[in-house]
Design a protein around this ligand. Structure first.
Ligand code: GLA
Length: 379
């Protein structure tokens, strides 16, 4: 199986942790369809940790929690599929999952076969409780091989948090995406720190095995399992724009049954999603004048077809910024006779045609600007 674009969907962990059951999953599937999330590309519905009984069955297979999932997982998968979505589940490379449920170590082929039988399309695979005499790359290779031979296309989502130099070996394991950093929480500091850490991994990012900056916190507003302070809508917009600029998987973490209009506006902005899902999948690069203090990020990304995505991300806590974008730093010098027409992807407005340099109005603290720039002839 080859995965050509960063996966998009929803995952139960950020909001619900162990408070999951068949009804929640069905209601979430319904909401993903009814709110337009599926149409916008969010196709995977993933159940994270805490879905299983604490003990395997006598046949060695994992058993879904009998109270939470009284009709078993196949029934859940069938419902999710009936709504046009794909179904994801979770296990772990160690003896136990991070929350203490059975892990897949030494059961890789049995578990892959079980997931395939249930109709699973995506497996998130964690890194807790691993035997210390086992190397990380081998643990992921074991499951990578089991999934590749289970008879069903299953997207393999590795979750070893960047530990043990994951970036050096993950592409050899069969993983289609890999968590490059530790767990996100619903605070600005978390978004800030995950963003800065990601710069160390840009070179490993690419088609077929995507860097995963972790599930989104957009719309959580301090509620749920990874809740801390919550963010303002403006900050969620910045978070979503950065994840899109970096081409991270977009896995929603809020309760999609109860989204505010502003949360929907962010998650359903197709122009921004298109930056994330751009077919060329090129890495972003620094192109502005504020890079030295590292707290104002001016980034660009060449898109398929010749357009350029340009973003300004003000990571500073207390002051606005107004960096300029010099077109030289985009590879476009004046001698070409070309200019750029900017469209603001959050307001939808035409931000004008500019030659040589573009300096947008100030961006507030923790705010962002995101544009699609098109090459035109200078007048
Ligand atoms: C780890 C992962 C999280 C989540 C939990 C579940 O912390 O990084 O994303 O899956 O385990 O226990």
């Amino acid at each position: 199986m080859i995965v050509r674009k960063p996966p998009m969907g929803w995952n139960s962990w950020n909001t619900f942790a162990s408070n999951i059951d068949e009804n929640l999953i069905k209601e979430t599937a319904d909401a993903m369809v009814e709110t337009g999330l599926l149409d916008a590309g969010y196709e995977y519905l993933v159940i994270d940790d805490c879905w299983a009984e604490r003990e395997r069955g006598r046949d060695g297979r994992m058993v879904p929690d009998r109270v939470k999932f009284p009709h078993g997982m196949k029934a859940v998968a069938d419902y999710v599929h009936s709504r046009g979505l794909k179904f994801g589940m979770y296990s772990c490379a160690g003896h136990m999952t991070c929350a203490g449920y059975p892990g897949s170590f030494d059961y890789e082929f049995i578990d892959a076969a079980t997931f395939a039988e249930w109709g699973v399309d995506y497996l998130k695979y964690d890194y807790c409780f691993r035997p210390m005499n086992q190397q990380g790359h081998l643990l992921y290779k074991r499951m990578g091989l089991a999934l590749a031979n289970c008879g069903r296309d299953i997207c393999f989502s590795a979750c070893s948090w960047g530990a043990d130099q994951t970036n050096e070996w993950i592409k050899s394991t069969g993983a289609h995406l890999w968590r490059s950093t530790g767990d996100i929480n619903d605070s600005w500091k978390s978004v800030h720190d995950l963003t800065m850490a990601q710069f160390g991994y840009l070179a490993t990012n690419g088609q077929g095995c995507f860097n995963d900056m972790d599930m989104l916190i957009v719309g959580m507003h301090g509620k749920g399992n990874v809740a801390v302070t919550g963010l303002s809508d403006e900050e969620y917009k910045t978070h979503f724009s950065i994840w899109s600029m970096f081409g991270s998987p977009l896995m929603i973490g809020c309760d999609v049954r109860n989204m505010s209009d502003e949360t929907k506006n962010i998650l359903l902005n197709r122009e921004v999603i298109a930056i994330d899902q751009d077919e060329a999948y090129r890495q972003p690069f620094v192109c502005g004048n504020h890079w030295n203090n590292r707290e104002v990020l001016v980034l660009a990304k060449f898109l398929e077809g010749g357009d350029i995505a340009v973003g300004i991300f003000n990571m500073m806590d207390d002051s606005p910024c107004d960096p300029f974008i010099s077109f030289d730093s985009l590879g476009l010098n004046r001698a070409t006779g070309k200019a750029l027409r900017f469209t603001d992807l959050w307001t939808g407005e035409d931000a004008g045609v500019h030659r040589g340099v573009f300096r947008p109005a100030a961006t507030p603290a923790h705010g962002c600007k995101l544009y699609r720039a098109k090459l035109v002839d200078a007048e």
